[in-house]
Design a protein around this ligand. Structure first.
Ligand code: ADP
Ligand code: MG
Length: 240
């Protein structure tokens, strides 16, 4: 039997007296792209942050490649996260931004150059390597932020509304790029969005969160054809 790349079983989260996630169980296979959707405040970011190791797990278990990681610190997890506010290092060039995590890991200079070149090629950043972030458009910055995450070659990719700062036309374009990249790199991706069109067009499966609980998990067409509740039907059927 193959082991899911990411597996959450009975995961809960409390901040003081407030329990904001309840008994969340999700399995994401190698190569799978899962969208996590739900209204603001439903616990999407907190769930991603727990998988990344940026937030402690209150109950249940998180496994990556079969290993329980509840007590494994963020930097020792094979996970990369791309945020909505992808703050690039302003005083570093694109090439330096891309290579930063590898310099921190003390990889040999030639290996860093090779990996940065590879990532720049796959994200169409080759012409931009000597520019500074302020000299880039929003879409270009987004690509650099993505590149900065994949250069480490993580097993797991977490995206927290990475396109919400881009205008609509660009969003469609970068969406396709991210999906193609996922296909190429073959990792397990969890993609948070509040945009159901994004979820429907990008995801192999969609997880719907509501008030910290899973409302439904299914392929996009399953949710569309057989929504488990009025809540899911309204979410899937509403305009972006
Ligand atoms: P989403 O990303 O779906 O909008 P979040 O995961 O950011 O939701 O937040 C879920 C709930 O947890 C919200 O009610 C939020 O106020 C609360 N929350 C998030 N982070 C903290 C924190 N550090 N301390 C207390 N409450 C928090
Ligand atoms: Mg959020």
């Amino acid at each position: 039997m193959s082991v899911a790349t990411v597996s959450l079983s009975g995961v809960g989260k409390a901040f003081g007296p407030a329990t904001i996630l309840h008994d969340v169980s999700i399995e994401v296979a190698h190569g799978e792209f899962v969208a996590l959707v739900g209204p603001s405040g439903s616990g999407k970011s907190t769930l991603l942050r727990m998988i990344a190791g940026l937030e402690e797990v209150t109950s249940g278990e998180i496994r990556i490649d079969g290993r329980v990681v509840n007590d494994v610190p963020a930097k020792a997890r094979d996970v990369a996260m791309v945020f909505q506010n992808y703050a690039l290092y302003p005083h570093m060039t694109v090439a330096q931004n891309l290579g930063f995590a590898l310099r921190m890991r003390r990889l040999p200079r030639a290996e860093i150059g090779r990996r940065v070149g590879e990532v720049a090629r796959s994200l169409n950043l080759e012409e931009l390597l000597d520019r500074y972030p302020r000299q880039l458009s929003g879409g270009e910055r987004q690509r650099v932020a993505t590149g900065r995450a994949i250069v480490r070659q993580p097993q797991v990719f977490l995206f927290d509304e990475p396109l919400s700062n881009l205008d609509a036309a660009l969003r469609v374009h970068v969406r396709a790029e991210l999906r193609a990249l996922h296909r190429k790199v073959g990792v397990a991706s969890i993609y948070v969005t509040h945009d159901q069109v994004e979820a429907m067009t990008m995801a192999d499966r969609i997880v719907v969160l509501r008030g910290g609980r899973i409302e439904q998990i299914g392929a996009p067409l399953d949710l569309y054809d057989r929504p488990a509740s009025i809540f899911v039907a309204t979410f899937i059927g509403s305009p972006a």
